[in-house]
Design a protein around this ligand. Structure first.
Ligand code: PGA
Length: 255
């Protein structure tokens, strides 16, 4: 999977143009049906982007977040039901910018993931440690509790609707990616965690993405790692050429 997290970027017109240009570009290249592309634009774009990609089975859209509440008097919030009703397949959950800027705790994220799954909305669940946590040597414990506290409560049947994105906080938007071995070690650790809890079969089928300053220069080495199944891309997803090149690299490393 190659997922583009636009964050709070692009106005309505330029966002739609970006998707149109990417689709045009992909039509002339070899679309690999086994690799899913996911656009995660702002809510403003989500409906139009979803409509524009509906004829392509391997292109899907994602919200960047959902409300922890089902419906009601929550001014400014967007519900799962609303996201589902426009045909988006995914929502991101637990992005580090939500955790740190909007104080989203594991308790809140557990509520959100339960709600999303109950609406049959697939989830790209983000986890990652800060630089201080990596330096302290406790980063495996950090990731373990982020996954245990939120994902472990799900039913095994629902794990196929969850993608995990490992995004070290120190790598996001910094130009400093995790090196391929650091990323691979963590992805393998995550897969083992899932295997211990839900069994080998589920763990092997789990998609685990790397995110954090992933770009056309480092993607080949990252995507070639056995436990890295694609990327969650921020900055480099805002440019047609780099997003399409990342897709080509992912196709080439996943033959
Ligand atoms: P970045 O962002 O690729 O710009 O580092 C990744 C993300 O936050 O999902």
């Amino acid at each position: 999977m190659l997922a583009g997290n636009w964050k709070m970027n692009l106005d309505f017109i330029s966002g739609n143009k970006l998707v149109e240009d990417i689709v045009k570009n992909l039509e002339t290249s070899q679309i690999n049906k086994n690799i899913e592309i996911v656009f995660s634009p702002s809510y403003i774009h989500l409906q139009k982007v979803t409509e524009n990609i509906q004829n392509y089975s391997n292109l899907n859209s994602s919200a960047q977040d959902i409300s922890m509440h089902e419906k009601g008097s929550f001014t400014g919030e967007i519900s799962c039901e609303m996201i589902k009703s426009i045909g988006a397949k995914y929502t991101l959950l637990g992005h580090s910018e939500r955790r740190s800027n909007f104080l989203e705790s594991s308790k809140i994220l557990k509520k959100k993931i339960e709600l999303a799954l109950s609406y049959n909305l697939n989830v790209i669940y983000c986890c990652g440690e800060t630089m201080a946590q990596r330096d302290s040597g406790l980063f495996y414990q950090v990731i373990e509790s982020q996954i245990e506290d939120v994902v472990f409560h799900s039913a095994s049947d629902d794990i196929s609707k969850i993608v995990i994105a490992y995004e070290p906080v120190w790598a996001i938007g910094t130009g400093k990616n995790a090196n391929p071995q650091q990323a691979e070690d963590m992805h393998q650790f995550i897969r083992t965690l899932i295997s211990k809890k839900f069994g080998n079969n589920i763990a092997e089928n789990l998609t685990i993405l790397y995110g954090g300053s992933c770009n056309v220069d480092n993607a080949k080495d990252l995507f070639s790692q056995p436990n890295i199944d694609g990327g969650l891309i921020g900055g480099a997803s805002l440019d047609v050429d780099s997003f399409c090149e990342l897709y080509t690299i992912l196709c080439e490393t996943n033959i």
